[in-house]
Ligand binder design. Structure first.
Ligand code: C5P
Length: 403
C-alpha cells in the first residue's frame, strides 16, 4: 500500500505559470492514495480554472476566505484542522513574503496560520525574483520556522530566463510529500553528527585558487535530514552558495587545512562523522603573497603542488573518540570497485559511492543515485532528489551506527 494512502493533503496553488503543472501533481498524489483538497489564490485562478482541480481532486476547490457556502460545509478552520500536510505548489515570491511576515489576507495564507500541520513550499518564480535579497530573507525566515522548501530547480524558465526558480517536477513533489508523511523518524535522537560539505579552495595567490565543482547540496541535504531525525548537527562548509538548514550549527571554512582543523575539533564530541566535502587533494606548495604576474616571453608556467591532509581518513584512524565514519566516493568509472578500495584504505565504516560522470546526477545537480557500501553489504539507492536521498541515507547510517 502506498504510504500516502488516506493521508489528507491540502494543496495550495498560488499565482504563477507553473500552476498548470499542479494538475499533474494532484493526479500523482491521488495515484498514491492521498485525499487532496485544493485551495487556489486569486492569482492562481488567472492561470488555471478551478474546475480542472475539482475534476482531478474529486473535491470542490476552495477559493474565498469569506464564503458562506464553504463555512456551512468546510470552512477555513475545518480545512486547517483537516490537513495533515499543506503543500503550496507553486509558491510565488508573494505568498512566501506573506507567510514570512504572518499575513492572513486570503484563504491560503489564513490556512497556513491556522493550521498545525507541516507546511511545505515548492517555490516557482523568475530567477531574479528568487535571487532577490528580499526573497532570500523570506526563504530563510520560513526555513528557520520549520517550513520545508522543496526546490526550486534551476534551468530554463517560461519567461525565457535561465537560472534557479523552476518548480520541482510533480513526480518529485509527490515523492517528497510521501517521504514527509511516511513518518518522520527519530532515528538520530540524542546523537551528535558532524558533516563536511562543499569544495575547498586552495589559494595560489591573493586572487586565485584551485577548487572543484562541488555545490555542497548533498552535504547540506544530509545535515537537514540528520537534524530532522533528531541529531545535533555541525556542518563544516567550504565556500558554497547555500542557506544553512534550520537548527544546524554551521562552521565556514575555505581550504582543506581549515576544514581539517574544524573537523577534528568537532569530531571529538560526535557519534557520527560524514565526509561529504569534495576536499582538494592537492594545494599549491606555496601561496604567493602578491598576485602572480605574467612574464614577458614566458609562455609556460608550472605550479608545484603538495598533498592535502585526508580529513575523513584522519578521523577514521583515531584510536580514541572515533565516531562512526562515513565517506563519499565520487567516481567517473568503476564506481563500486574504487569505492570498496577507499573503504578499506581509509578504514571507513561506510562509503557512499556515486557516479559523477552523468550530468543529471552527482556534482552540482539536484539529484543523485548512490550505492551504500559497508564491510558486509552493498545497497543501491536509485536516482532521487538529494533531499530525499539524504533522508534514506540518514536512516541507513543511523541503523548501522548503532553500538
Ligand atoms: O580519495 P577521495 O577524495 O576520492 O575520497 C573521498 C572521500 O574522502 C570523501 O568522503 C571526502 O570528503 C574525503 N576526503 C577528505 N579529505 C581529503 C580528500 C577526501 O576528507 N583530503
Amino acid at each position: 500500500m502506498s504510504s500516502l494512502a488516506d493521508k489528507r493533503l491540502l494543496l495550495g496553488i498560488s499565482g504563477g505559470i507553473a500552476a498548470y503543472k499542479s494538475a499533474d501533481l494532484v493526479r500523482r498524489l491521488k495515484d498514491r492514495g492521498a485525499q487532496v483538497r485544493v485551495v487556489m489564490s486569486a492569482g492562481a485562478r488567472e492561470f488555471v480554472q478551478p474546475l480542472t482541480f475539482q475534476a482531478l481532486s474529486g473535491n470542490p476547490v476552495h477559493t474565498d476566505l469569506l464564503d458562506p457556502a464553504a463555512e456551512a460545509a468546510m470552512g477555513h478552520i475545518e480545512l486547517a484542522k483537516w490537513a495533515e500536510l499543506i503543500l503550496i505548489a507553486p509558491a510565488s515570491a508573494q505568498v512566501m513574503a506573506k507567510l514570512a511576515c504572518g499575513m492572513a489576507d486570503d484563504l491560503l495564507t489564513t490556512l497556513c496560520l491556522a493550521s498545525e500541520a507541516p507546511v511545505a513550499l515548492a517555490p516557482a518564480m523568475n530567477q531574479a525574483m528568487w535571487r532577490h535579497p528580499a526573497t532570500a530573507v523570506n526563504a530563510q525566515t520560513l526555513r528557520e520556522r520549520g517550513v520545508q522548501l522543496w526546490g526550486p530547480a534551476a534551468g530554463s524558465q517560461a519567461c525565457g530566463d535561465v537560472g534557479p526558480g523552476r518548480m520541482l517536477e510533480p513526480a518529485d513533489l509527490a515523492q517528497q510529500a510521501e517521504s514527509l508523511l511516511s513518518g518522520s523518524s527519530d532515528c538520530l535522537r540524542g546523537k551528535s553528527v558532524v558533516i563536511t560539505a562543499g569544495p575547498t579552495r586552495e589559494a595560489l595567490d591573493p586572487v586565485r585558487y584551485l577548487s572543484n565543482h562541488s555545490s555542497g547540496k548533498m552535504g547540506f541535504a544530509l545535515a537537514e535530514a540528520a537534524q530532522r531525525a533528531g541529531a545535533q548537527v555541525t556542518l563544516i562548509a567550504g565556500p558554497v552558495n547555500l542557506a544553512t538548514p534550520a537548527q544546524v550549527k554551521r562552521v565556514d571554512v575555505v581550504d582543506a587545512r581549515d576544514m581539517r582543523a574544524a573537523a577534528e575539533r568537532a569530531a571529538d564530541l560526535c557519534d557520527i562523522f560524514i565526509g561529504a566535502a569534495a576536499v582538494a587533494d592537492f594545494r599549491p606548495a606555496t601561496m604567493a603573497e602578491q598576485k602572480i604576474k605574467k612574464r614577458e616571453g614566458c609562455d609556460e608556467s608550472a605550479i608545484a603542488l603538495v598533498k592535502n591532509p585526508d580529513i575523513v581518513a584522519g578521523i577514521a584512524a583515531r584510536s580514541q573518540r572515533r565516531p562512526f565514519t562515513v565517506g563519499f566516493a565520487a567516481e567517473t568509472q568503476q564506481v563500486e570497485h574504487y569505492a570498496q578500495d577507499k573503504l578499506q584504505r581509509k578504514n571507513l565504516d561506510m562509503i557512499i559511492a556515486n557516479d559523477v560522470s552523468s550530468t543529471n546526477s552527482g556534482f552540482n545537480s539536484d539529484r543523485n543515485a548512490v550505492t551504500v557500501i559497508d564491510r558486509h553489504s552493498s545497497t543501491h539507492l536509485p536516482q532521487a532528489l538529494k533531499a530525499d536521498l539524504a533522508r534514506q541515507l540518514i536512516e541507513i547510517i543511523a541503523a548501522k551506527a548503532q553500538p
